[in-house]
Design a protein around this ligand. Sequence first.
Ligand SMILES: NC(=O)c1ccc[n+]([C@@H]2O[C@H](COP(=O)([O-])OP(=O)(O)OC[C@H]3O[C@@H](n4cnc5c(N)ncnc54)[C@H](OP(=O)(O)O)[C@@H]3O)[C@@H](O)[C@H]2O)c1
Length: 298
Amino acid sequence: MSTVLGYRAFGAADVQEYFDRPGPVPGPAEVLVRVAAAGVNPLDHLLRSGHVPDLNGHLPFPQVIGMEAAGTVLAAGGDVTGLQVGDRVTGFALTGAGTYAETTLLLGESTARIPDTLPWTWAATIPVAGTTALDVLDQLDLPKGASLLVNGIGGGVGIAVAQLARDRGLAVTGTGSAAKRELAAKHGAAFVDYTAGNVADQLGRFDAVVDTVGGESLRRVAPLAKKLIAVGDPSVTELGGVFVQRRLDRAGLERVAELMAGGRLDPHITGTYPLARAQEALALVESRHASGKLVISI
Ligand SMILES: NC(=O)c1ccc[n+]([C@@H]2O[C@H](COP(=O)([O-])OP(=O)(O)OC[C@H]3O[C@@H](n4cnc5c(N)ncnc54)[C@H](OP(=O)(O)O)[C@@H]3O)[C@@H](O)[C@H]2O)c1
């Protein structure tokens, strides 16, 4: 049996409960892992709330929370290549299998081995924030010296985009509340506090805008560049922009793991919580004002 945090119906945080489940059995394309750390993401509460029925509306209850984990391979399905029992890995979970759990199932093709030196907590943030940042920058394909605005620089995706953009020689500006100013400065980004008024009035033009906030905030920054890409709000296409295309492949996970191990990307883990306190971490992310990444250490 494995302790998990999940829910038996869609709803607000009060539907969350701990329960035991029998150790899951991997299908042909899946790997069973002992979870060492799990990343906490906005999608975790969106799925629990039933806001993304295309992803989990058809799945049976109970569902377990969490999309990404780092851990040790306990067993691999017959179709999985390149991974063996005992490997240290990071990857995307089978939707509904969850990662706020002692053991879970990861998708073989969306799981990669990680360097021995990489801490579990860092590795757990690679699939969602790490590879989203990579996909965004590869898709934008900006030349060295180009200017980039990261709307929402202080969150998990924003701070990863900012670092990888600097690494590619881009000039980065970020928006956030005043509490995020220092973080932006640490990575050489100019900063605008969105609580001080309409950000568009305080900003010039950019070669590209990456939006991680969505809604009204996205609408304010959309006119500031010809190239516009969003990671959370698909209505970006109505504004002439594009939504990030996610690859979710092993190669991307490996590239981000290398960037982290090489000291070029720090996920900025601002809180590590035991499984028994996972609900506090998720509540903080649900507040929409977390800094960097929060991780469950199991
Ligand atoms: N498509 C994908 O595969 C994918 C992958 C990852 C994430 N996402 C989506 O991307 C979005 C961001 O994810 P995340 O993990 O980075 O979230 P997060 O870590 O929870 O960060 C949210 C950040 O947004 C900032 N923020 C809120 N309102 C803002 C505003 N008006 N202007 C500027 N910053 C603002 C907050 O900073 P302050 O406290 O300073 O306000 C906070 O740091 C979510 O919608 C998520 O679902 C999509």
